[in-house]
Ligand binder design. Structure first.
Ligand SMILES: Cc1cc2nc3c(=O)[nH]c(=O)nc-3n(C[C@H](O)[C@H](O)[C@H](O)COP(=O)(O)OP(=O)(O)OC[C@H]3O[C@@H](n4cnc5c(N)ncnc54)[C@H](O)[C@@H]3O)c2cc1C
Length: 435
């Protein structure tokens, strides 16, 4: 039989302590997920407290959503049920950092900013940079499979996560993976958690591959008056011996949002290496841009951590497709947005064909029917995808946050979810296919 609400409250207090359990209705509102307010928020201070909370949730058939900094909770379907929010913000320790091996093991609630500060003294970095990422937690970034312009050179969380400690729905604490870059024998289970949105387990610790911070880095805005000029330049850039480490595409809306010169379309490019190489490559880059009618402005390096406002609209879509189609889909998104009267800002990652479409619209229903669905249909027809990364719950329900799903894969995913979380405790309903 289920325990009563007061008994449950007592059990949570017993695990995390009075200061770390919220039950006051007013205090719970900011922790709502897609408008669904939990009955309690619990902030465990250690992995074994996470384990006890989840064991309790499994015993009582409660639905739990893990939370890092709470910046990406718009991603995914609205939850089917929600009882507890499990906030990981107290798990902030750096457990092990071996600069010579370029590996660090950290707790999942540590923010990217706090980790960067600790690594800076050894001139090392975790090459994961979702825009505005400093306050976000390692656990949230991994669970959301978030990435940014550095993905171009260093890959994503799946490439940078070597091992993880995670807590299963029944409270079992498991370590998997490796502490070295040379990888692991058997199925790489921790990487399955990357992008699983907290539906398979709660990450409590991650062992991460680090990279040396380049000695010198310079960044430029290359502004173009037309998409055609930008497209030709981009093709030439990617085909050249130049080795940019970050390339981002911004339309006029995104440039305005981050306070840059509002060219019709621009590429932000950074080159990082030893000083002579940066200077030489910067010169070649200027020539290449000029050859395509582009204007080059030097930017402050802080631009890369200041891209958040470009994608801060109340609705955020993420499209993925073949990289060469980036400018075509950008143009299509702009014309569809104009038709429904939505304000738009575009942030693209040309190296791997990702386009974030940030929107403000009076009528979300019309935007869904007349923009989102036609754009998704066209992109899916070419083998790509379009996900609602953030948006009102109604829009996500009407348009299915994740888009179409391959049924064979969905069958496998259902089995995996059933194996990890048979009681449907972890973020029920939020993932692909309503898992
Ligand atoms: C302005 C803005 C710009 C953004 N730009 C980008 C971008 O360019 N690229 C990109 O990829 N993303 C982007 N995002 C999304 C964001 O970077 C990610 O969603 C972010 O990593 C979330 O981190 P968080 O700590 O806030 O996690 P939360 O938002 O708290 O959680 C994110 C997800 O992870 C789950 N979760 C959290 N912690 C854990 C854990 N320890 N174990 C298991 N599951 C967990 C949560 O249940 C949730 O589903 C942007 C977000 C904003 C607000």
């Amino acid at each position: 039989m289920a325990v009563s609400a007061p008994a449950l409250h007592h059990a949570l207090l017993d695990i995390a302590g009075a200061a770390h359990v919220l039950r006051d209705p007013g205090a719970l509102v900011p922790y709502a997920v897609d408008g669904m307010v939990p009955s309690a928020v619990v902030r465990p201070g250690a992995a074994d407290e996470v384990s006890r909370v989840l064991a309790l949730a499994t015993a009582e058939k409660l639905a739990v959503v893990p939370r890092g900094a709470g910046t990406g909770l718009g991603l995914g379907n609205p939850p089917r049920r929600l009882d507890l929010v499990l906030e990981l913000g107290r798990l902030t320790a750096v457990r092990d950092y071996v600069p010579e091996d370029m590996v660090a093991t950290v707790e999942a609630g540590l923010t990217l900013g706090a980790l960067a500060a600790q690594l800076a003294s050894h001139r090392q970095m975790l090459a994961l940079d979702p825009p505005g990422g400093e306050p976000r937690t390692i656990g949230g970034v991994l669970a959301a499979h978030a990435s940014g312009p550095r993905r171009f050179r260093y890959g994503t969380g799946r490439d940078l996560l070597l091992g993880a400690r995670f807590v299963q729905a029944d409270g079992t604490i498991t370590w998997g993976g490796a502490k070295v870059v040379k990888s692991v024998t058997g199925y790489d289970v921790p990487k399955l958690l990357v992008g699983s949105l907290g539906t398979l387990g709660v990450l409590v610790e991650a062992t991460l591959r680090l990279h040396p911070m380049p000695p010198e880095s310079r960044s430029w805005q290359l502004g173009f008056s037309s998409a055609e000029a930008a497209r030709d330049f981009l093709a030439a850039l990617l085909d050249s011996p130049l080795q940019p480490d970050r390339v981002a595409l911004l339309d006029v809306g995104a440039l305005r949002a981050v306070g840059l010169t509002p060219d019709p379309i621009a590429l932000l490019v950074s080159i990082s290496s030893v000083a002579e190489a940066v200077q030489a490559q910067g010169g070649t880059l200027a020539q290449l841009a000029a050859g395509h009618g582009g204007r080059r402005d030097l930017l402050a390096e802080s631009i890369w951590s200041g891209l958040g406002p470009a994608v801060a609209g109340s609705i955020l879509l993420r499209a993925a497709f073949e990289p060469r189609r980036l400018l075509d889909w950008a143009a299509q998104a702009r014309s569809l947005a104009a038709r429904v009267g939505a304000e738009i800002a575009l942030l693209g990652q040309p190296g791997h064909g990702v386009l974030q479409v940030s929107l403000e619209a009076e009528d979300g229903g019309r935007l869904g029917r007349e923009m989102l669905l036609p754009l998704r249909q066209a992109i899916e027809a070419e083998g790509g995808s379009l996900v609602v990364e953030r948006g009102p719950a109604r829009l996500k329900s009407e348009c299915e946050a994740w888009g179409s799903i391959n049924l064979d894969l969905l069958t496998i995913m259902k089995r995996i979810k059933g194996e990890f979380d048979p009681g449907d405790v972890l973020s029920p309903g939020r993932f692909v296919g309503g898992l």
